[in-house]
Design a protein around this ligand. Structure first.
Ligand SMILES: *[C@@H]1O[C@H](CO)[C@@H](O)[C@H](O)[C@H]1NC(C)=O
Length: 376
């Protein structure tokens, strides 16, 4: 390539203004950038606009002026069952694999300077605290946070093939390890978030623990929540639990021998079989909540595709956007909200529902294939 451009330059007489070849990797990987919350955070964490994937889409200083449903805030939180954020697309009808580098934060509570998750998006949520991490598993109507209804989804994490993260410059904080001080935040260095097939899992690993990078492993981006965050969450149930640690993603025991799974490259086609089923660790002290209580702040938040609320019939058109009809039927209702229903069996504990989440049929094993696309 260099040789070619020299030749072309020579042919053209030498004075051709050519852009230098774009690099791939940032000077400092995202996972090595540390910022105290809130005062240490820069406006944009990733400023290397000249690299192959271009500029960071959003920004990281988020406050009341950035808190709206068009927000491009890319600073996220995972605190508790009623206070967490997901990475989701900017625009309706998106496919994770196309825009994973541009996801923005959608949160369950105001105060983080982000978008809010619309009402009726969350259909079931399990918050789990273990010795080394906290995680949230959820069943969702993903069309309400801008995913295409049939998108199998993908993985976000602070690495990505070019180490700029997905989304680029995305930060995650938690107050889960501050001994009850809700205003004391720790930057989460290692985390992973799968979303798609009307479900999500987000795990944030305690940076003070030695195995954070293993529990929040990011290389198994094609095998979904059931292998990266095995759980027994159930659709329709909202709860907070305590649990033991999972096995590291990709690590399993077969006939007494500890094995490590190797995820095949996408060039070999869909992953149709797995040599193991991930163990769901024991959990206890689950406390059930009502979603109305957990997510009271979301009751008035409508999804981008929803029709505008026709609140006061008295008011004529006071400058409302033209043709409120336009959005009315447009919001493609998911015709088969299928995947999330794998849970029916076992109101109890044994973990079948866990496997169901994201691996239930075949959908997600095939599904979560998009994460490393841009360099493949
Ligand atoms: C609020 O956020 C905006 C956008 O990031 C930033 O420009 C502004 O300085 C922030 N305001 C305060 C008071 O921090």
């Amino acid at each position: 390539m260099l040789a070619l451009s020299l030749i072309l330059g020579g042919l053209a007489g030498g004075a051709v203004a050519q852009d230098p070849p774009k690099g791939t990797f940032p000077a400092t990987p995202l996972a090595q950038k540390h910022f105290a919350y809130p005062t240490g955070i820069p406006y944009k964490v990733d400023t290397e606009d000249n690299l192959i994937r271009g500029a960071q889409t959003g920004f990281n200083i988020c406050n009341s002026t950035t808190e709206n449903q068009k927000s491009l805030c890319q600073t996220s939180f995972v605190n508790s069952a009623d206070d967490f954020c997901l990475w989701a697309p900017i625009d309706p009808g998106s496919v994770v694999g196309d825009i994973e580098g541009e996801m923005v934060a959608w949160c369950t509570k105001p105060g983080h300077g982000t978008r809010l998750i619309p009402k009726d998006t969350l259909k079931g949520v399990q918050f789990m605290r273990t010795p080394d991490y906290v995680q949230v598993i959820g069943f969702i109507d993903q069309t309400k946070i801008n995913l295409k209804s049939d998108d199998f989804g993908g993985e976000m994490d602070p690495h990505g093939a070019d180490l700029r993260g997905n989304p680029l410059g995305g930060l995650v904080y938690s107050n889960a390890w501050s001994g009850g001080n809700a205003n004391q935040y720790t930057q989460v260095i290692e985390w992973h978030n799968f979303i798609g097939s009307n479900a999500f899992c987000i795990k944030v690993c305690d940076p003070s623990k030695p195995n954070a990078a293993h529990f929040c492993e990011h290389i198994y981006d094609r095998i979904g929540c059931a292998y990266n965050a095995p759980n027994n969450a159930q659709n329709g149930i909202f709860e907070s639990c305590e649990g033991e640690n999972q096995d590291f993603p990709g690590v399993y025991v077969e006939n007494g021998v500890t094995m490590t799974y190797t995820q095949p490259p996408e060039s070999l086609g869909p992953i149709s079989t797995m040599p193991y089923v991930a163990r769901v660790p024991a959990s206890s002290n689950c406390v059930k909540h009502s979603s109305e209580t957990l997510f009271a702040a979301l009751a008035s938040v409508t999804a981008p595709g929803d029709a505008k609320p026709t609140s006061s019939p008295a008011a004529p058109t006071s400058g409302a956007p033209a043709g409120s009809g336009s959005s009315s039927s447009g919001s493609a209702k998911p015709t088969s909200s299928g995947s999330s229903t794998g849970t029916a069996a076992g109101a109890g504990s044994t973990g079948n529902s866990a496997g169901a989440l994201m691996v239930s049929g075949t959908a997600t094993v095939f599904g979560v294939i998009f994460s490393a696309l841009f360099l493949s």
